[in-house]
Design a protein around this ligand. Structure first.
Ligand code: C2O
Ligand code: CU
Length: 494
């Protein structure tokens, strides 16, 4: 698709640079939340703009979502309005999705399903009530922009939360490549061609080697846009309790979170309260969030919070340090490779407020299929946008059975709802409430939800390239007007 949009005016670039120098020293993500709830009446402006980062001494232009005062993303209060104008100041269309929020379908930010793309220079107004509290995030749902870091924290505070006075530290984890995502995509597809030929020439060959844990080889993992060799350092008080708000915003990476010498207590998964779970290592899949309380020991100290990518030695993170502590150098690589994320943690999680007991009215079976060598990923044999939506009815208790028939893991995300995990690999549990669940290789999971939010809702793998290769579908409510998916087919063919 070749469209030439007018370039962002030069003065605007200078303006951004000026603003950045003003706010540069402050980490906008980590100022106390209480200071940030001034303007509930008039809309908050969220500007989508280009952003320069430095990775291993090389600069790259990615994207950012920030308010005119430099605040990264959005911080709101449960019960108040999410009244936001998204302004597109990049040279291509975009659409921002509010991941994990329960909202009217028209506000969901999915191109061609709930709205048209926001063209360069244009604005789009979102306005709905925040009915949840917790750690959420926002990200582009347009083409491959998530890979270009077009995402930001979306934190909602509960005025009645017992932990509301803890210092909040947001860690938005991403994966970065100097390659443009459409090149990454073409390379993944090229491998497909190669594999096809291999198969033809040696039909008996064992060329289908054990699948890699990672489709894409990244150049770096980032936390709040920074590498571990140049990390964000957050000052903490000796003896204080800090609430880590961990967000896996990566396009293609699951992480192990290492708290080092600290012991953490996980208190929420995907924004929903869980029974406290203690540990010093946690796992996080693409699209998921985890809130972990850590107690800072008395006396001076430096406490790195590290995230290591599944199947790699690569790591990212940020540093908690008491005032004046000397910060040692950290490396972007860990000493040893870490293995695959398993179901171990998920089996331990338990919602604090599980769904009411109710008979199941409707079962959706979601078979995840495809394989690495073809780079084709499907749901029940269908590839987005050539799909038949699932149909549910308002008021139903719905069970979704996920069958991962592939040897790769898939972080499956449903828009506009939270679901409760009730079974993993045949083992019944009273699990967490979530919006994203990791289907590990050849695993099955059952989740339940209440159909109480009419609309057309995306259900998809959050690994960006699996979604692009087809692993996306819709859950539609009976009676709600259907979107025209032909618009997507048209855009794809341009
Ligand atoms: Cu994080 Cu379809 O969304
Ligand atoms: Cu997937």
């Amino acid at each position: 698709m070749k469209i030439h949009y007018t370039r962002v005016k030069k003065w605007f670039g200078f303006f951004c640079y000026f603003m950045l120098t003003l706010v540069g020293a402050v980490s906008a993500a980590n100022v106390p939340i209480a200071q940030r709830t001034d303007t509930q009446q008039k809309p908050t402006l969220l500007i989508v703009k280009p952003y320069q980062i430095t990775v291993d001494g090389k600069t790259a232009t990615v994207y950012r979502i920030e308010q005119p005062n430099g605040t990264w993303g959005f911080h709101g209060i449960k019960g108040q309005d999410f009244n936001v104008i998204v302004k597109n100041e990049i040279a291509e269309p975009t659409v921002i999705h509010w991941h994990g929020l329960l909202l009217p379908n028209s506000q969901d930010g999915v191109p061609y399903v709930t709205q048209l793309p926001i063209l360069p220079g244009q604005e789009y107004h979102y306005d709905f009530k925040l009915v949840q509290a917790g750690t959420y995030w926002m990200h582009s749902h347009y083409q491959f922009q998530l890979q270009q870091l077009l995402s930001a924290p979306l934190i909602i505070e509960d005025p009645n939360d017992a932990n509301k006075n803890e210092q909040n530290v947001v860690l938005l984890l991403t994966d970065f490549s100097f390659k443009k995502p459409d090149i990454i995509w073409k390379d993944l597809r090229k491998d497909e061609e190669k594999n096809k030929q291999n198969k033809m020439t040696h039909s008996m060959s064992k060329s289908m080697a054990a699948p890699d844990l990672n489709d894409v080889k990244y150049d770096a993992y980032l936390t709040n846009y920074r590498t571990l060799t140049n990390p964000e350092v957050v000052t903490v008080k000796p003896g204080a309790v800090v609430r880590l708000r961990l967000i896996d915003g990566a396009a293609g990476s699951n992480y192990f979170i290492h708290l080092g010498s600290l012991t953490g207590t996980a208190i929420a998964a995907d924004g929903e309260s869980i029974e406290p779970l203690k540990g010093s290592i946690f796992t996080l899949a693409m699209g998921q969030r985890l809130d972990v309380l850590v107690k800072i020991p008395e006396g001076p100290g430096v406490y790195p919070i590290l995230a290591q990518g599944e199947g790699t030695t690569m790591q990212t993170g940020l540093i908690l340090a008491t005032s004046g502590a000397k910060i040692p150098a950290f490396s972007n690589t860990a000493a040893t490779v870490v293995g695959a994320v398993t179901n171990a943690q998920e089996l331990e999680l338990k919602a604090l407020h599980p769904l009411a007991k109710k008979p199941i009215d409707r079962v959706l079976t979601v078979n995840l299929e495809g394989d690495m060598s073809q780079y084709k990923w499907t749901i029940n044999g269908q590839a987005w946008p050539n799909i038949t939506p699932f149909e549910i009815k308002q008021g139903q208790r719905v069970e979704i059975i996920f069958n991962n028939k592939t040897s790769m893991s898939h972080p499956m995300h449903l828009h506009g709802h939270v679901f409760e995990v009730i079974e993993i690999d045949g083992k019944p549990i009273q699990g967490a409430l979530r919006d994203t669940v990791l289907l590990t290789p050849n695993s099955t999971m059952k989740v339940i939800l209440d159909a109480d939010n009419s609309g057309n809702w995306l259900l998809h793998c959050h690994l960006l390239y699996h979604g692009a290769a087809g692993m996306m579908t819709l859950v539609d409510y009976e009676g709600y007007p259907k979107p025209d998916l032909n618009l997507i087919k048209k855009e794809d063919s341009m």
